[in-house]
Each structure stands twice: as C-alpha cells, then as structure tokens.
Design a protein around this ligand. Sequence first.
Ligand code: NAP
Ligand code: G4F
Length: 328
Amino acid sequence: MPRAFITGITGQDGLYLSEQLIDKGYEVYGLIRGQNNPKRALVESEVPGVKLITGDITDLSSLMRAFNTAQPDEVYNLGAISFVAYSWENAKLTTDVTGNGVLNVLEATRLYAGNDLSKVRFYQASSSEMFGKVQEVPQRESTLLWPRSPYGVAKVYGHYMTINYRESYGMHASSGILFNHESPRRGPEFVTRKVTQAVARISLGLQDKVSLGNLDAKRDWGFAGDYVDAMWRMLQADEADDYVVATGETHSIRELLDVAFKRVGIDDWEKFVFVDPQFFRPAEVDLLIGDPAKAKEKLGWEPKVGFPELVTMMVDSDVEKQRALAGK
Ligand code: NAP
Ligand code: G4F
C-alpha cells in the first residue's frame, strides 16, 4: 500500500487530494496544526480514512516526528497561509509559513530519506500568483516571475527552493504552478465562494447585498478536484519537473457575478453588488491565464469541469447549505 503525507490537510485541496488518494488505495497521513484545530472534525467526517498527526510546517522537529510515523512514499506540501489579501497585513508570518515552511518540509523529506533519496517524492504547491504583473500571455512554465504580494514572493521562494533540492540532491521534487481552483469546499474569504454564498443567501432572502473590491480582475478558474489529480500525476512521472495547471480560459469577477446570479434567476446583479475600497489590494494581479500544454502532453492531464459548471456547482451547493442553516 503506497503511503502519502499531506500538509494542509484541512484545506480545500487537502480534502480533495486525500479523498482521491484513499480511493486509489493509499494510506494517507495528514499534518494538522494547533492544539485543538476546529477543522479536525471536518477532516474526520469528510475523509474518515485519513490519519492525522499534529505538527506545524514552521517547526522542523514536529515534521521529523510526523515523517517517522507516516514513513511516506509521497509528500504533498499544501500547507500555507494562502489568502493573498491577508499577506500584506501579515507579511512576516506569511514569509515564515508560505516561504520558509517549504524549506522545512523539503529538509524533513531529505533527512527522512537519508542515503536513499529515491524512496520519496515531493510535491510543492506553487501558484500562478508568482506571475503577478504578467510578463507573457498566456503564462507558461518559462514565463518570468513578477510577484505582486508578500504571498507571491513567499511562493517564489518555495518554488525555487524546490527546484534547488531537485538540482542539488537529485530529489524527485516537482512544483505545480496551479492557477486559481475552486469548489464548494473553497474558503469563504476567496472571491468565488464569497460570491456564491452571497448569491445563495440573497436568493433565499437572508441577505440584501454583497460588497466586493476590483470587479475587473481576471482569473483562470478551474475545479479543485481536477487540479489535485494533476498533483498526483506529477509524482507518478519518471522525472520531476514544473508544470502549469490551468484551464486556458480567463474570466472577470463581473462574468462570475453574471453566471452566479443567473443560476438563481437574477439577471440584474448590479442592484445587489457594492464596490467597497477596503477590498482593493495594494498591488493587483490584473490578469491570469495559463497555458497547460505541458501538463497535457507529459502528464495526460486535462481539466474536466468548465467555468459555468464550476460556478453552478458552487451556487447549488451554497443554496442547499444556506437553506439547511435557515431551516427553509
Ligand atoms: P487552504 O484551503 O487555505 O488550506 C491551507 C492549508 O494550510 C490549511 O490546511 C491550513 O491549516 C494549512 N496551514 C496553514 N498554516 C500552516 C502551518 N503553519 N503549518 C501547517 N499547515 C498550515 O488552501 P488550498 O486552496 O487548499 O491550497 C492548497 C495549497 O495550494 C496552498 O499552499 C496554496 O497556497 C496553494 N495554491 C492554491 C491555489 C488555489 O487556487 N486554491 C492556487 C495555487 C496554489 P489550518 O486549517 O489549520 O489553517
Ligand atoms: O479569490 P481571490 O482572493 O484569489 P487570488 O488572490 O487570486 O488568490 C488565490 O489564487 C492564487 C492562484 O493564483 C492562490 F495562489 C492563492 O492561494 C488563492 O487561492 O481573489 C481573486 C480576485 C483578485 O483580483 C481580487 O482583487 O478577486 C478580486 N476580488 C474582488 N473583490 C476579491 C474581492 N477578492 C476577494 N477575496 N474578496 C473580494 O471581495
């Protein structure tokens, strides 16, 4: 039975990845932080087979203990402070977790493998946020990185550190440069889920408006379930490498609002949406659109869920959740 160790197990991607690995017959270990993490119950109910180990990616000794228990064949480093807006207000913390945390997990992997680095493979959750002020359209693996947030800068550090471990030690260490991916499990602070939750509540008469920031930003949005499959494929490849994982389509926040509100029968969303300067960012990433050609050619990976299907899935799920919460 192959064994996987996942950091960030309580997050959106940790839940989808652990579910898929268990279905493939893996024994899955997940790192959970804090002395009484409120998301423990969520993981235990949604993916009951996962074995949870306490630890923190900023604490190398806790990682070494976790590796000793998990004895992994594959390591997926998904743990991070992942909310870009929060990273300006907590830049040092973001650097420690999202940047230096990667070095800790790489180092724990190397020390655990000892003289036999071929016994373990490593995945790093790199991000399209590293492209920031984009220098090429669409963005590919070779596009110059120009991060625009403390989060983006920390991800660039983790990305190059992963490449460095591959080149220095010959470690099978791959980076997935994943573009935005969403799902009903997406945190409510991110714009897609903020919109679908608000749309659900507005349609049920539980809320009368939603305040947002820059409606003109464009993102290449895919489905998280598809994207974690790409992570797994990277670790099955003979050679470790870096891959863009994206749909190749981009949409604005306005288009997101169009599709989401139409799903509940509202055509004139402008009545319900207010622009609030507090949600604008000190430096914006205006346009992201990825070219997933390499992932398609080398990994046989393709996205299955398109933009309208994704938004519809999220709105329907939020309507159901909000209806249950309101007892309607
Ligand atoms: P998420 O839902 O925000 O999950 C982040 C996870 O990291 C949570 O499980 C969180 O645990 C954990 N974490 C935070 N600080 C930690 C620490 N000090 N030690 C250990 N774990 C810690 O993020 P996601 O959407 O699943 O994304 C997974 C990874 O992919 C992240 O690295 C993210 O930056 C990256 N990424 C995401 C996207 C996207 O569009 N979703 C795109 C590109 C890259 P708690 O629950 O305890 O806070
Ligand atoms: O949903 P977002 O917060 O995602 P963002 O900043 O693109 O970051 C996500 O994707 C990255 C990959 O590119 C990941 F690495 C990262 O971890 C995270 O998962 O914001 C998307 C866009 C931005 O341009 C933002 O300015 O939506 C715009 N936006 C407009 N109003 C808003 C809002 N974003 C949020 N969160 N809240 C708003 O009210």
